[in-house]
Ligand binder design. Structure first.
Ligand code: PRP
Length: 193
């Protein structure tokens, strides 16, 4: 994994690296779904930039839908309390589904969503995630398409936030260096040095 410093952050993956990997993933998904129709389901909000780019790298007849989930505070995630706050607009019964996530972390969100979506009996259900943190997994779940597998780092940019900000960083996917972690264990303001 190439790293370099950028305003106090480490750039994990450059714009070009992300673009190249997204193109590869799109080509693979195109191959796997050749001649089929596809419903791409973005998990708001973090997946929005990845879905926008990935969808344009896929040469398959595709439609979009979106869901949003919440957990009862990040600190309580291990409770497994994931809640749906925006449901699908349309039924996915008999459809080929691709769930699109920015990051697969504990797996609680995608395990919850997979169970929920399978109740509708889609024709197929696949998962694409830009980032995968396998070391953090609580629920056993794997993505069919993984952009990059990463260690346990706090990541922002390209959809991922710190207190809802920085989702629109387009140059990179970045994280705080260890030295930047504040007393509370939370990262300090990105770019603060
Ligand atoms: C992030 C990410 C995934 C989820 C992954 O969403 O977009 O949906 O966490 O974590 P998990 O594997 O531990 O469940 P978040 O809840 O931060 O909402 P956001 O997409 O609006 O940032």
């Amino acid at each position: 994994m190439a790293t370099m410093t950028y305003k106090g952050l480490e750039v994990l993956f450059s714009r070009q690296q992300i673009a190249e990997r997204v193109a590869e993933m799109g080509a693979q998904i195109t191959h796997d779904l050749k001649g089929e129709k596809l419903v791409m389901i973005g998990v708001l909000k973090g997946a929005a930039p990845f879905l926008a780019d990935l969808s344009r790298a896929i040469e398959v007849d595709a439609t979009f839908d979106f869901v949003a989930t919440t957990s009862y505070g990040k600190g309580l995630r291990s409770s497994g309390a994931v809640k749906l706050i925006k449901d699908l607009d349309h039924s996915i019964e008999g459809k080929n589904v691709l769930v699109v996530e920015d990051i697969l972390d504990t797996g609680l969100t995608l395990s919850y969503l997979r169970k929920l979506f399978l109740q509708q009996h889609p024709k197929s259900l696949r998962i694409a995630t830009l980032l995968d943190k396998p070391s953090r997994r609580i629920e056993k779940i794997d993505a069919d398409y993984v952009g990059f597998s990463i260690p346990n780092l706090f990541v922002i940019g390209y959809g991922m936030d710190y207190a809802e900000r920085y989702r629109n960083l387009r140059t990179s996917v970045s994280c705080r260096r260890r030295a930047g972690v504040g007393k509370t264990g939370r990262p300090k303001e990105p770019g603060a040095g």
